[in-house]
Design a protein. Structure first.
Length: 193
């Protein structure tokens, strides 16, 4: 049964899942939320209307981390996303939570505040992102977080890690496919990357 992914190319959580699919060249039908009617189908499947959403046969799987674990279990490829060893798997899940909760969400907080145009809370959200950046890494999280609050020269290891992630073909593809939507970025997408 073919997989179907409801996603938007510019969405960080969607890029997280797209990278997992592309790393293993897993075939799937891409329902791009930019296309007419796709959002209505998404809402019918998942009334909370957050994306990405994966449909696998008669199953609807939501939440990017759960989708990736589902792919690892039911559609494994050469790249495994959850290590076999339980303690190492726990470390991977911990990092995944840290990326989502403290980098991705902090970055999204700054973006949402920019959309609401409330500068005070924007500074607060930016500061939260800055505090977590030194300790955390994940491709879409660091990609967009650096746009919100550039990773400074004081963090060469983190900058180098972000550069390596951007050079990875699966994530480079995600960046390319989202490029045409950069005008959606309320803080102004920087002229780099
Ligand atoms: N915890 C969710 C977060 C998903 C999420 O926040 N997706 C954003 C796009 S990056 C979204 O659906 N935004 C639309 C909205 O909030 O209405 C996951 O990991 O999949």
């Amino acid at each position: 049964m073919p997989l179907t992914l409801f996603a938007h190319p510019f969405s960080s959580y969607c890029q997280k899942v797209l990278v997992a699919l592309w790393e293993n060249e897993t075939p799937f039908a891409y329902r791009d939320l930019e296309e007419p009617g796709v959002r209505d189908d998404l809402v019918r499947l998942w009334p909370i209307a957050k994306f990405p959403v994966l449909v696998d046969g008669d199953r609807t799987i939501v939440e990017s981390s759960v989708i990736i674990e589902h792919l690892d279990r039911h559609h494994p490829g050469t790249v495994r996303f959850i290590p076999e060893e339980p303690e190492v798997a726990l470390e991977v899940r911990l990092l995944d939570r840290v990326f989502d909760q403290h980098v991705m969400n902090a970055m999204q907080g700054a973006v949402n505040e920019a959309l609401r145009k409330t500068p005070d809370r924007l500074d607060e959200a930016k500061a939260t992102a800055a505090a977590a950046l030194a300790d955390c890494a994940a491709a879409p999280a660091l990609f967009y977080a650096d746009w919100v609050h550039p990773i400074g020269a004081a963090h060469p290891t983190l900058r180098a890690y972000r550069a390596r992630l951007l050079a990875r073909p699966s994530f480079a593809r995600a960046v390319e496919e989202g490029r045409r939507y950069r005008h959606y970025f309320p803080l102004g997408a920087p002229d780099r990357d």
